[in-house]
Unconditional design. Structure first.
Ligand code: GDP
Ligand code: GDP
Length: 438
C-alpha cells in the first residue's frame, strides 16, 4: 500500500510549491466538496522505485477558533490523521515564529514521524538561519528550496526512511495471476457500498479477510462463474452482520491506494447526477494509473429516457479520455446489469494482460505502414522496423526503427487503433512507444 506524506505548515511557507515538486504535477484528486478554495490536495509521487501519496494542506494555525482558519485547521488535522509521515515546512527567510512552535507542539502530540523542511534555503549554507529551527525539537532541519528544486530528493528520502518497511505479502498476491483484483471507485453516494453488498449477497464468498486495523486495506475474495475476484475496499468498509458498511463516506487516500493495487477499476457514475468535476478528477486519476477500467453507470433504474440521453452525452464529452472503457448500465439496488458488468470486467482484465508476440506485432506494424505510411518530416521519413511488447496492465508496445522521433501523435493513435482491433483490446489503455536505434 502506498505510504502517505502530509505537508503541514503556516500559510506561504511554500507547501504548494513543494507539493508540485514532489508529485508528477497532476493534482490527482482535489477534495473539492468542502466548498473551500483551498483545502486538501492529493498527488502521487515516486522516488527510487517507491511510490507515495502526498497531501498538501492549507495554512495551519492550531489554535484557530473560528471561520475559515478553523476549517483549514480541521482539514490539516484530517490530513495528519491520514498520513504515515509528516513533512513540517518552515520558512527560513521569515525565521522561526510562535506559530511554528505551536504547530511543532501539536505534531508531537500526534506521535507521527516528522521531518522538518527548512524551505527557501537557496543560496544559504547550513547557517544560523537554518540552525535556529533545531529549537523546535524535531531533529535536524533539512534545507530545501522548493522553488529551485534543491534538496527535495533528500527530503523525500528522509520522509520515506521514517516509514515502516513494506510488507512483503503484496508480491505474494501479485503472483496469483488467477485472481482479478477489483477496485470500485467513485465519489460519495454513487452506490459503491450498495454494489459491493449486492455482489457479496449474490456471489460465493471465498473467505473473509478482516484485518484488525482500519489502516489495512480490506480485500474481500468472492467467486463468480468459477473466477475468483478480490474486491479492494475504497471506503473503509466494516462488516456489520451480513453486510458491509462504509465507515468513512469517502476517502481520497483509500481510493488512490485501492486503484494502485487493482487490476481493474470499476468507475462508478450516478445516472441521476450526470458527470461532475469530482467524477472527472477520479476518472483522470484512473487514467494516469494505467489500470484497466470499466465504467458502470449506476441507478439506471431511476432515470428516464431524456436523462439517459443527456448522460450519454456528458460521458462522451467529459470523459472522452476514457473512450477505451466499456460502459455498462446497472442498478446495484435492483440487481440489474450485473451479468454484463462481470463480463466487461473479465474482458478488461484479459485485455490488460494480453500477450502480444514480436512476430505478430511486427507483422501488424508492417501492414499498418503498407496501408498508410508515416509522413515524411523534412529530410526524415520514419522507418518502422519491428515491435515488441514492453509491458502489461497496461499493455505497452515498443516500436523500433529509425527517425521515429518524427512519428506524429496522430500516427501513433492510428497504430494504437490497429493494434487494439487486432487483439480486441477493450477496457485497457494501450501505450505505443517509439524507440529509434539512432
Ligand atoms: P503555501 O501557502 O505554504 O502553499 O506556499 P506557496 O507554495 O504558495 O508559496 C508561497 C510563496 O513562497 C510563493 O510566492 C512562492 O513562490 C514562494 N516560495 C516557495 N518556495 C520557495 C523557495 O524555495 N524559495 C523562495 N525564495 N521562495 C519560495
Ligand atoms: P457510496 O457512498 O458510493 O457507497 O453510495 P451508497 O451505496 O451508500 O449509495 C448511496 C445512495 O444511493 C443510497 O441511498 C442507495 O440506496 C442509493 N442507490 C445505490 N444504488 C442504487 C441504484 O442502483 N438505484 C437507485 N435508485 N438508488 C441506488
Amino acid at each position: 500500500m502506498k505510504p502517505v506524506i502530509a505537508l503541514v505548515g503556516r500559510p506561504n511557507v511554500g507547501k504548494s510549491t513543494l507539493f508540485n515538486r514532489m508529485t508528477k504535477s497532476r493534482d490527482a484528486i482535489v477534495a473539492d466538496f468542502a466548498g473551500l478554495t483551498r483545502d486538501r490536495h492529493y498527488g502521487d509521487g515516486k522516488l527510487g522505485g517507491r511510490d507515495y501519496i502526498v497531501i498538501d494542506t492549507g495554512g495551519f494555525e492550531p489554535d484557530a477558533s473560528s471561520g475559515i482558519v478553523r476549517e483549514m485547521a480541521k482539514q490539516t488535522r484530517q490530513a495528519v490523521a491520514e498520513a504515515d509521515a509528516i513533512v513540517f515546512v518552515v520558512d527560513v527567510r521569515a525565521g522561526l515564529s510562535a506559530q511554528d512552535h505551536d504547530i511543532a507542539r501539536y505534531l508531537r502530540t500526534t506521535g507521527k514521524p516528522v521531518v522538518l523542511a527548512a524551505n527557501k534555503a537557496e543560496g544559504m549554507q547550513e547557517g544560523p538561519q537554518i540552525a535556529e529551527f533545531y529549537e523546535l525539537g524535531l531533529g535536524a532541519p533539512v534545507p530545501v528550496s522548493a522553488a529551485h528544486g534543491q534538496g527535495v530528493r533528500s527530503l523525500v528520502e528522509a520522509a520515506l526512511e521514517l516509514l515502516p518497511p513494506l510488507p512483503d505479502d503484496e508480491d505474494a498476491t501479485e503472483a496469483d495471476a488467477r485472481v482479478i483484483r477489483l477496485a470500485v471507485a467513485g465519489r460519495p453516494n454513487v452506490g459503491k457500498s450498495t454494489l459491493i453488498n449486492t455482489w457479496l449477497g449474490e456471489e460465493r464468498l471465498v473467505a473473509f479477510d478482516l484485518p484488525g486495523t482500519t489502516r489495512d486495506a480490506i480485500r474481500v475474495p468472492l467467486e463468480h462463474n468459477g473466477q475468483v475476484f478480490e474486491i479492494i475496499d475504497t471506503a473503509g468498509l466494516r462488516r456489520k452482520g451480513r453486510v458491509f458498511e462504509a465507515i468513512e463516506k469517502f476517502s481520497v487516500v483509500k481510493t488512490l491506494q485501492a486503484i494502485a493495487q487493482a487490476h481493474v477499476v470499476v468507475l462508478l457514475l450516478d445516472a441521476t447526477q450526470g458527470v461532475s468535476d469530482q467524477d472527472a478528477h477520479i476518472a483522470g486519476y484512473v487514467l494516469d494509473s494505467g489500470r484497466a477500467v470499466v465504467m458502470a453507470v449506476n441507478k439506471w433504474d431511476a432515470v428516464d429516457d431524456y436523462q439517459r440521453q443527456m448522460l450519454e452525452r456528458s460521458i462522451a464529452q467529459r470523459l472522452a479520455f476514457l473512450r477505451f472503457a466499456p460502459i455498462v448500465h446497472i442498478s446495484a439496488l435492483r440487481r440489474q446489469g450485473l451479468g454484463p458488468l462481470w463480463k466487461a470486467i473479465a474482458q478488461a482484465h484479459e485485455s490488460a494482460f494480453k500477450k502480444m508476440t514480436t512476430p505478430v506485432l511486427t507483422r501488424l506494424i508492417h501492414e499498418a505502414v503498407e496501408h498508410q505510411a508515416p509522413k515524411r518530416s523534412g529530410m526524415f521519413r520514419p522507418k518502422l522496423r519491428y515491435a515488441h511488447q514492453g509491458g502489461m496492465n497496461p499493455p505497452v508496445v515498443v516500436v523500433h526503427g529509425n527517425s521515429l522521433e518524427h512519428v506524429t501523435d496522430a500516427y501513433k493513435r492510428y497504430l494504437e487503433g490497429r493494434i487494439r482491433d487486432h487483439f480486441k483490446l477493450v477496457g485497457t489503455p494501450l501505450r505505443v512507444e517509439m524507440r529509434s536505434s539512432r
